[in-house]
Design a protein around this ligand. Structure first.
Ligand code: CTP
Length: 427
């Protein structure tokens, strides 16, 4: 029996403390137990691995609980699915699955689950590259199970379904195929690719949550731009919603090229340094979809159910992208008055995408400094001077802020003089 222990013991691939966790799982197992799927695939590709999906040919929940009893930690479980999560500490967990088969009674619906052997569990999986298992129990530690020759496809770099109904059963697998293909520089097998057009009609049956989850996972990948381009080639974007037309996708990919995808993290870090922070995933959604009109975004939102916050930023960014050229020729205070009506994150993305040097400079100055420039005096000072409550407060404070921004006021004495002037006029 072939063993992959030499790869598991390579610390560049698997950290020693994580290997220890697998050893403990193996030593405590009373039934055959395997680490399966992505772990074995990435191990064979010599990519760093740390997440474990353990399949047990016995009750996985009881197994996880016995490990927690022996080694500590907490267990959460889903009795209906026979799955458990063993949290060793805050940052480290292991997933347990009772070996199962899945029966798809309707295309694109969630399957009915039945407990089974590892052989059947392997057959329910999406692609051959995800069907490998490494046995952990007893003397078998490290032995490979490769029932359907997944290792050969990993070596050849081929993404291949196990049977011709795979995409009909679960159309999210089409998106997964593209993700694996572009992540590893693999190729979707010709016969597998031929199954895609027939399954496209079922994409509309997927819930917003399931389809958005697939897109979220794609945007989380370093090669997200290649994946989006490939999805467009395969007509897998416009099948989600007509707003994601192929033409739009390529315009949008162009946007991403403008800021250079490889430097994306640097762009995110630079924005962070000037106080604009957002999760990378939201950043990518904005970069991708902000060029859409407000109407298209609202319609797309009915299909993808974006979070309220993301939707707010998308609409704000879409509007600013259309209007940013109005900044040209405006004084600093007028720029601030205009930009203050948009969300900061949206302004930041428009700054990255804009190619007009003068406008880009204004957006940068706004993000970096103008937005922080405020009057020194506050409402408290105005109250102390007897200004009656009302809209006058904002008006006076804004006039002083504008004077600072436009260089009319440059120190506190000048600010105090301006205040006197304004109070005499106003009162
Ligand atoms: N799986 C499947 N069909 C799906 C989703 C998952 O058959 N629609 C199976 C695959 O065999 C996969 C396993 O469930 O290996 C676990 O899924 P997931 O955690 O999403 O995949 P990983 O292999 O861990 O891949 P990734 O590196 O993308 O996380």
């Amino acid at each position: 029996m072939e063993s992959l222990l030499h790869l598991m013991e390579d610390e560049k691939i698997l950290r020693a403390e994580r290997l220890d966790v697998l050893r403990r799982v193996g030593q405590s197992a009373k039934n055959p137990a395997y680490v399966v799927g992505g772990f074995v695939r990435d191990l064979l590709l010599r990519k760093p691995v740390s997440d474990f999906d353990i399949v047990s040919e016995g009750d996985a929940i009881a197994f996880a609980r016995s490990l927690a009893k022996q080694y500590g930690g907490q267990v959460t479980a889903h009795a209906n699915f026979g799955t458990a999560k063993w949290f060793l500490n805050e940052n480290s967990f292991v997933d347990f699955i009772t070996a199962r088969s899945e029966i798809y009674t309707h295309n694109a619906a969630l399957p009915t689950v039945k407990f089974a052997s590892l052989s059947e569990d392997i057959l329910r999986r999406d692609f051959t590259i995800n069907t490998l298992a490494i046995r952990l129990d007893g003397n078998h530690f490290g032995e490979v199970r490769d029932d359907i020759n997944g290792q050969a496809d990993i070596k050849k770099g081929i993404v291949r379904v196990l049977h011709s109904n795979s995409f009909l059963d679960d159309p999210t697998r089409i998106y997964r195929a593209v993700r694996y293909e572009q992540r590893y520089g693999f190729k979707i097998d010709v016969e597998t690719a031929e199954l895609i057009p027939e399954a496209i009609r079922l994409i509309e049956k997927l819930s917003a949550q399931r389809i958005r989850h697939e897109l979220d996972l794609i945007l989380d990948e370093p090669n997200a731009h290649l994946m989006i381009a490939r999805l467009a080639d395969l007509n897998l974007l416009k099948s989600i919603h007509p707003a994601l037309s192929n033409e739009f996708a390529s315009i949008s990919i162009l946007n991403q090229k403008i800021i250079n995808f490889a430097d994306l993290q640097i762009a995110i870090d630079n924005l962070n340094d000037i106080g604009v922070s957002m999760p990378r995933r939201d950043f990518l959604w904005l970069l991708w979809l902000m060029p859409l009109s407000a109407d298209s975004l609202k319609s797309l939102n009915t299909r993808l159910s974006f979070t309220a916050n993301l939707m707010k930023l998308l609409l704000s960014g879409s509007e600013l992208l259309k209007k940013a050229n109005q900044l040209s020729g405006l004084s600093p205070s007028k720029c601030v008055q205009f930009l203050d009506t948009f969300h900061l994150e949206s302004v930041a993305i428009v700054y990255l995408l804009n190619q007009d040097a003068q406008i880009k400079n204004k957006l940068y100055t706004y993000l970096h400094s103008w937005r922080h420039i405020k009057a020194n005096i506050t409402g408290v000072d105005l109250k102390a001077r007897g200004v009656p409550a009302g809209p006058k407060y904002n008006e006076i404070l804004w006039k002083i802020r504008a004077a600072w921004l436009d260089g009319i006021v440059n120190d506190k004495t000048q600010e105090a003089n301006l205040l006197m002037e304004l109070l005499e006029i106003k009162l």
